[in-house]
Design a protein around this ligand. Structure first.
Ligand code: PMP
Length: 398
């Protein structure tokens, strides 16, 4: 029955790992997938996560199913983490929240929910994280783009962003990256967020925040949630997807949350019931381990403090590598400006390399990044930064 199945192309991001793994060049570099590496190039488990795991094992917990909406303690803590303890909507009990299969799972559940309730399309920034497009398509939505980034000036294309928002049909859902926009590393300023919020209000748009890097953008989790909090204060009934993959380093544990701000507690209950209707036939209920880890940490002020410092440590290492990469390119006498490498934030450098240059980087220098020229700064280390700079210098023609 499978004879007519054609070979599907490898995933544009995850497929890079496969290509990297089968390359036997000793100095090969993987700067494709956005997964943090320590300066020795190894995966990093936050010490506070290790402690939490030990405590969980010592408690000899059972492995019963969680509820459809996941672990309530985790959900409450996740919501406080993004909305803030003092968020009025949270205190009033009008935010519906569920645990999700990390950010990806939350995006899909909300996409499906939107489609069920009459949304035909969703707007995403151009460019955006590659997986946003198939996630929302598979959820049954037409994916439309709004202008976000100006390639020539390597900066936010703000006036076109606003023009595109004004042209959106009333009631449209607009996906916004809460911080550390992937792939461009370019976020709106506080004033620009305010204007986005105002236009969204005028046009009655539904802002949907994807928060995959809280703590990674500025090193300060509170600051990285500023846009989300501003929109709630401005009176938007937003939706938010949170991922704990990057900030807690829990990639493979698939831990995240989806929340929806409603008009009142009764509406929040109805929304929650509909989210559960989508989850139950999809994966029934989410896994427990990641939720337990995050709960252990965020329910304890001392552990939370340790987390903040360790997350900041990752953000700082990445930032240091931005400066080293830029400096190395300048020292090589590159004729181009590499200022954007240090002005961008978060996990990625949106390098401006063309597709051909990316292919040359891969074929000639065994350096793997996505075809849009996005380089995961989390994979750049003291050992490989010079090598990467030389290779970039070579493929960009010096
Ligand atoms: N949104 C954005 C913008 C991302 O960059 C990522 C991870 N690359 C995700 C969502 C989802 O990741 P995960 O499913 O691991 O939480």
């Amino acid at each position: 029955p499978w004879a007519h199945f054609k070979m599907a192309p490898p995933d544009p991001i995850i497929g890079l790992n496969e290509a990297y793994n089968s390359d036997d060049f000793p100095d090969k570099v993987n700067v494709g997938v956005g997964a943090y590496r320590c300066d020795q190039g190894m995966p990093f488990v936050l010490p506070v996560v290790m402690e939490a795991e030990k405590a969980i094992i010592a408690e000899e917990m059972d492995h019963e199913y969680s509820g459809i909406a996941g672990c309530p303690d985790f959900v409450n803590l996740a919501l406080k983490f993004v909305y803030g303890d003092d968020c009025a909507a949270l205190q009033e009990g009008r935010i519906a929240g569920v645990q999700t299969l990390s950010g990806t799972g939350g995006l899909r559940v909300f996409g499906e929910t939107l489609a069920t309730f009459g949304h035909k399309h969703i707007y995403v920034p151009d460019p955006t994280w590659g997986n946003h497009i198939p996630i929302f398509k598979n959820a049954g939505l037409e994916v439309r783009k709004y202008r976000y980034y100006d390639n020539d000036s390597c900066s936010l294309d703000f006036s076109n962003l606003i023009d595109d928002m004004r042209a959106m049909p009333e009631g449209s859902c607009i996906l916004l990256h809460a911080c550390a926009h992937n792939p461009t590393g370019m976020d709106p300023t506080v004033d620009q967020w305010k204007e986005i919020s105002n236009v969204a209000m005028e046009k009655n748009l539904l802002p949907f925040f994807d928060s995959a890097y809280q703590g990674f953008a500025s090193g300060d989790a509170r600051k990285d949630a500023a846009a989300v909090r501003m929109f709630v204060e401005d009176g938007h009934n937003i939706a938010v997807v949170q991922s704990f993959s990057k900030n807690f380093g829990l990639y493979g544990q698939r831990i995240g949350a989806l929340s929806v701000v409603a008009a009142d507690p009764e509406e929040a209950k109805r929304v929650l019931s509909q989210l559960k209707v989508h989850i139950r036939p999809s994966y029934s209920n989410p896994p427990r381990h990641g939720a337990r880890i995050v709960t252990k940490i965020l329910s304890d002020p001392e552990k939370t403090n340790d987390f903040v410092h360790q997350c900041m440590g990752m953000a700082k290492r990445i930032d240091g590598m931005r400066y080293e990469l830029r400096q190395a390119l300048e020292d090589l006498g590159s004729g181009r400006s590499w200022d954007h490498v240090t002005s961008q934030i978060g996990m990625f450098a949106y390098s401006g390399l063309t597709k051909d240059q990316v292919v040359a980087l891969r074929e000639k220098h065994h350096i793997y990044c996505t075809l849009d020229g996005r380089i995961s700064m989390a994979g750049v280390t003291s050992n490989n930064v010079e090598y990467i700079a030389r290779a970039i210098h070579d493929v960009t023609g010096g």
